[in-house]
Design a protein around this ligand. Structure first.
Ligand SMILES: [Zn+2]
Ligand SMILES: [Zn+2]
Length: 344
């Protein structure tokens, strides 16, 4: 299975936390957290459509200015999602600059900000052409943690505790489109980039009569066929990828339930682990996870792969230990699940 979503941590494990997810067939990227994002190439920042901010502690939000600087003037709409007070936080950031000339230009950027509350979402718009004045405020239902839903993927969130509300996120591809290689080889069609286009059209939900141009006869000729029959013949669907991101939260029963539910069976789970296994008490005090707790959560949720980050700078040089403790706890839970039940 060729993955569509390509996630990577923005910085090394001691740097500001953040994850970028790029799409295989689209010029599009999602960002999770906006700490120091200077390591992200401008080309990638220009592909960003949606930004998911866990909370606005400085190491998760100082990159807002950098992003705005790069995308300003590009005529884009960027959606930003964050926890309680997020609209005021964005407004405060924007109020720190002078915008007296922006109304002389055509629409140069619009920020759509979504604030997540326990049982509803608040939405507001900040348009450059209006000197970033808050506008179009609305209140919407918040159902089943859903923040964003498109034909090809969705993003869900859970409100976690970090002395302030802090959001965890999971992005899920709706389904994965696979080509039946045996049927392709038996057909008159040549392989090539048209297969990627075909997959993209399926994701976009194009109708069955949508025409597809297919190279045949070794690419010397082109044949046109409708999407529906092609799909039936050449394509099969499998479950889509799931990527989860959790940072800055405490290990307690309420959080555990919310996290395990959010990240359940993710292909990759990115989880903070600032503290060593032996520092559970300190972690609880500071409302952060230890390496072992990250592993326990991953195991409990049955994820396929765990990657930890946001290590405390106090533990420079302990990278291997932090990783080992997390992976050991992860395996411990998975092994216990596989053990057959002993007799009563
Ligand atoms: Zn942090
Ligand atoms: Zn924090």
């Amino acid at each position: 299975m060729k993955p569509i979503l390509h996630p990577r941590l923005t910085n090394d494990v001691y740097g500001d936390p953040g994850l970028q997810v790029e799409f295989l067939y689209e010029k599009r990227a999602l960002l999770f957290d906006l700490g120091d994002i200077s390591a992200i190439p401008n080309g990638t920042l220009l592909k960003v459509t949606d930004v998911f901010v866990s909370h606005t502690h400085i190491d998760h939000f100082i990159g807002f200015d950098h992003l705005l600087r790069i995308v300003f003037g590009r005529g884009k709409i960027i959606r930003l999602y964050g926890p309680e007070n997020f609209i005021a936080n964005v407004e405060g950031k924007l109020a720190g600059f002078t915008w007296n000339l922006v109304d002389k230009y055509a629409e140069s950027i619009c920020l759509e900000v979504v604030e997540v509350r326990e049982d509803h979402l608040l939405r507001a718009r900040f348009r450059a052409i209006d000197r970033f004045k808050r506008s179009d405020e609305s209140r919407e239902p918040f159902v089943d943690g859903l923040l964003l839903e498109e034909p090809s993927f969705s993003v869900r969130t859970a409100i976690l505790e970090h002395r302030v509300p802090c959001l965890g996120f999971a992005v899920k591809e709706s389904f994965h489109v696979n080509v039946r290689k045996d049927r392709l080889e038996a057909s008159e069609f040549s392989s090539g980039s048209w297969l990627n286009e075909l997959k993209q059209f399926i994701f976009e939900g194009k109708p069955d009569d949508f025409p597809i141009r297919i190279p045949v006869n070794g690419g010397k000729e082109v044949k046109e066929m409708a999407l529906g029959p092609l799909k039936e013949d050449l394509i099969f669907m499998s479950p889509g990828q799931k990527i989860a991101y959790v940072t800055d939260t405490v290990y307690n029963e309420a959080n555990k339930t919310r996290i395990v539910d959010l990240i359940s069976e993710a292909d990759i789970f990115f989880c903070e682990s600032p503290f060593l296994a032996e520092e559970a008490e300190r972690g609880a005090e500071r409302r952060h996870l230890t390496s072992r707790q990250a592993g326990l959560l991953a195991g409990e949720a049955g994820v396929k792969h765990l990657e930890t980050f946001h290590y405390s700078p106090k533990h420079k040089g302990c990278e291997a230990q932090l990783q080992r403790e997390a992976q050991d706890a992860f395996r411990e839970v998975l092994d216990a699940k596989e053990q057959p039940l002993s007799g009563i």
